[in-house]
Ligand binder design. Structure first.
Ligand code: SAM
Ligand code: DTB
Ligand code: SF4
Length: 330
């Protein structure tokens, strides 16, 4: 299937409701046209500023609007972040993603995040940040400092959004995504399933991503991790097969994007994750922790990769790293 950004709701609905084996076969066939079948991109996530977020996202442990029992932390020192990035590189990650619980970065935070980007990039890792909304100048400065990806999720459909978040609008999200794209950075944008939304919302959400002028290069599909104290703590669990269908449909309509298994992997069995890879997922977060919640640790993932014959993509050395290596060899 060729690259399209004119997807319509009924077409996506038809993809979703196919017999599961047909859907998986189609998704896996498309996957193999664009990617190495058994390669997985591995990222590591680090929270550089935790908790007390002014936004009211009803799923989030870090929102100051709810009492999730999470202990807030001040900005992490750059040196500590760099040590974490080195450990991520040593453990086989190719991308390092730094997240802050902000509505948006303040100007006083910019020197801090820019320095961090430069230093992580110099290690030879791909860099990613998720800091909330950006203005145009912030996006440009992050790009110039060497930020490869910016993560900013649409999370759900435009219609369902106000049930989940009231402190910002869907259009606010799209405006930041536009600044990120214009700056030259790559976009990482996806969402969460299992928020109590219905299939039509999941279709509308995927359609928003697949009808952007250029598809996001990375599409994280988070499965809600219920957090005690948040309004969505007791929402009914989404059926795993519906999560698999969502991944397969994302793969079919955004054939060149990396589809990432993000939050929620901890609650899934090896066979459920294997089905997700069959459906075309080819990226995940490694490590014991996501931002604030537990994740399948590296040990567990190494066993899973060995069982399934999956190979982690190697970090692509950047120009600075290549010249350092060349100097060392001379
Ligand atoms: N504050 C920034 C923002 O919201 O854009 C970045 C960090 S935020 C934690 C990144 C994403 O994590 C959210 O957009 C959401 O998709 C996901 N997320 C947060 N809490 C989650 C949870 N409890 N379960 C699943 N996904 C979650
Ligand atoms: C994304 O879509 N998922 C990651 C990353 N982007 C920043 C975050 C998942 C967070 C899960 C909940 C937590 O650990 O607090
Ligand atoms: Fe803040 Fe991001 Fe959590 Fe929303 S998802 S409360 S913006 S940290």
């Amino acid at each position: 299937m060729s690259y399209r950004n004119d997807w319509r709701h009924p077409e996506i609905q038809e993809l979703y409701q196919q017999p599961l084996m047909d859907l998986l076969f189609q998704a896996q066939s498309i996957h193999r046209e664009h990617f190495q079948a058994n390669h997985i991109q591995v990222s590591t996530l680090l929270s550089i500023k935790t908790g007390k977020c002014p936004e009211d996202c009803k799923y989030c442990s870090q929102s100051a609007h709810y009492d999730s029992g999470l202990e807030a932390e001040k900005r992490m020192a750059v040196e500590k972040v760099i040590n974490e990035a080195k450990a991520a590189l040593a453990s086989g990650s190719s991308r390092f993603c730094m997240g802050a619980a902000w509505r948006n970065p303040h100007e006083r935070d910019m020197p801090y995040v820019l320095e961090m980007v430069r230093e992580v990039k110099a290690l030879g890792l791909e860099t990613c940040m998720t800091l909330g909304m950006l203005n145009q100048s912030q996006a440009e400065r992050l790009h110039k400092a060497g930020l490869d990806y910016y993560n900013h999720n649409l999370d759900t459909s435009r219609e369902y959004y106000p049930n989940v978040i009231s402190t910002r609008s869907y259009d606010d999200r799209l405006i930041t995504l536009d600044y990120v794209r214009q700056s030259g950075m790559k976009i990482c944008s996806g969402g969460i399933v299992g928020l109590g939304e219905n299939r039509d919302d999941r279709i509308a959400f995927l359609m928003e991503l697949a009808t952007l002028p250029i598809h996001p290069e990375s599409v994280p599909i988070n499965l809600l991790v219920p957090i005690q104290g948040t309004p969505l703590a007791d929402v009914e669990k989404l059926d795993v097969i519906e999560w698999i269908r969502t991944i397969a449909v994302a793969r079919i309509i955004m054939p060149k994007s990396y589809i990432r298994l993000s939050a929620g992997r901890e609650s899934l069995s090896d066979s459920e994750q294997a089905l997700a890879f069959m459906a075309g997922a080819n990226s995940l977060f490694s490590g014991e922790k996501l931002l604030t919640t537990p994740n399948a640790g590296e040990g567990k993932d190494q066993i899973l990769f060995a069982k399934l014959g999956l190979v982690a993509e190697k970090p692509k050395p950047n120009a600075a790293q290549l010249s350092t290596n060349a100097m060392e060899m001379a």
